[in-house]
Design a protein around this ligand. Structure first.
Ligand code: FEO
Length: 395
């Protein structure tokens, strides 16, 4: 499958309808994904990015239907990660002398993965590649999402090829933002930002200001995953600006795991307390052992506060709590409040352990946490309700 983006620009990527996990098993992709590659024809022809390695043969075979490979003058590798560079070995077997334009860091990442001395042409921000009537202007975009990323702006058509930035894991037969369900699109774009780009929010903000400062016209943003932004493409730039500014909604998320339902009952009583204190706030509860962790992270991203609970096990916490806390720590959330809780039978360290993890992850933590002995009775559940009220009040 290929389709026209504009009369001289063809999408030649791969829609991966079956993908359910990305980055190994880390990121859930319930709506699949796509690896977007683009062929731009002018006096010179350039291929921007390839696809993930499992689709390399299919990619090259379909590319041959689109163009005589020897007529590709340049390859642009916006990012060395395998989901975009994975078909390079298959392609370069056919056209080994074609120059590859990429950042100096991408030379390292591509060489490191494929161990080939292809004709790399390192570029920096502001470097230009003439295609004839139009040019590609390169813009380095370190940490969006690796140190090797860059974007490319096509003059004339005024299109920004943004690679990972502004993407979403979202397979669609009609991959344009005006042709898909808007709530699905934004759900995936938010989840993608929360799970991939949130730690780099300061750099996102800086890069957006830099791009907007160039005062370039913009008709389309073509990311390397998911939907192409052609209807008011600045809308996703504006959304990123908002998300990069320590984003939060009027939401509190409670994440817990439980062995014999004591910590679950505590979580539900805390939720009751929050609702009693503030009827306007959205409260969501997730059992971290039973829920999709990528989606829990998207909910943390949207929250102004979180509570995390686990019973005490071996003087620590359950493994799903430790796992989600490791994710939360790595994603560097800012400007959020937190509290901890947990049921126990003997030593009872879990709430304090979680409170420590939350502090280490940058949250403003209310106290050392609420713990309740054995199965919570009415008095214990009342204490949970009060704890929820107090947490909501402090927000
Ligand atoms: Fe889609 Fe960072 O690769």
């Amino acid at each position: 499958m290929s389709f026209e983006i504009k009369d001289t620009i063809t999408w030649v990527g791969k829609i991966d309808w079956e993908l359910r996990h990305f980055h190994g098993e880390e990121y859930s992709t319930r709506r699949g994904s796509s690896y977007n590659a683009y062929l731009v024809r002018d006096e010179k022809t350039v291929l921007i990015d390839t696809v993930w390695a499992p689709f390399a043969k299919e990619f090259v075979a379909k590319l041959k239907e689109e163009i005589d490979l020897n007529k590709i003058d340049y390859i642009v590798a916006l990012h060395g990660e395998v989901d975009h560079s994975g078909a390079l070995p298959e392609l370069m077997r056919e056209i080994p002398n074609t120059p590859i334009y990429c950042t100096a860091n991408a030379v390292k990442s591509i060489k490191g993965q494929y161990h080939q001395d292809w004709d790399f042409r390192p570029v920096k921000t502001g470097d230009r590649l003439s295609l004839g009537a139009r040019e590609l202007i390169f813009i380095e975009a370190a940490m969006l999402h690796w140190p090797d990323n860059m974007m490319a702006y096509l003059t004339g058509d005024s299109i920004l090829f943004s690679n990972d930035a502004f993407g979403q894991h979202f397979a669609s037969e009609r991959p344009f933002n005006d042709a898909v369900d808007q709530s699905e699109l934004y759900q995936e774009a938010t989840k993608y930002y929360a799970n991939i780009l949130n730690p780099f929010s300061k750099l996102v903000d800086k890069k957006i200001k830099e791009i907007l400062g160039l005062n370039l016209p913009l008709t389309m943003i073509c990311p390397s995953h998911g939907i192409i932004w052609r209807d008011n493409p600045l809308q996703i730039v504006e959304a990123y600006t908002k998300w990069a500014a320590d984003y939060q909604e009027n939401q509190i998320t409670i994440i817990y795991d439980t062995m014999w339902n004591g910590t679950r009952r505590m979580a539900e009583a805390i939720a009751d307390g929050i609702r009693q204190q503030d009827g306007t706030v959205t409260v969501k509860l997730y059992n971290s052992a039973r829920s999709d962790k990528t989606e829990i992270i998207a909910e943390v991203f949207k929250s102004k506060g979180i509570l995390v609970g686990s019973p005490t096990v071996n003087r620590g916490v359950l493994s799903s709590t430790a796992g989600i806390m490791e994710e939360i720590k790595g994603l560097s959330f800012k400007n959020k409040k937190a509290a901890a809780f947990g049921a126990y039978g003997w030593s009872g360290e879990s709430a304090k352990v979680i409170a420590g993890m939350l502090r280490e992850s940058g949250f403003a933590v209310m106290d050392d946490g609420l713990r309740e002995l054995w199965s919570p009775d009415e008095q214990a559940l009342d204490a949970c309700v009060r704890y929820g009220r107090e947490f909501a009040e402090k927000l």
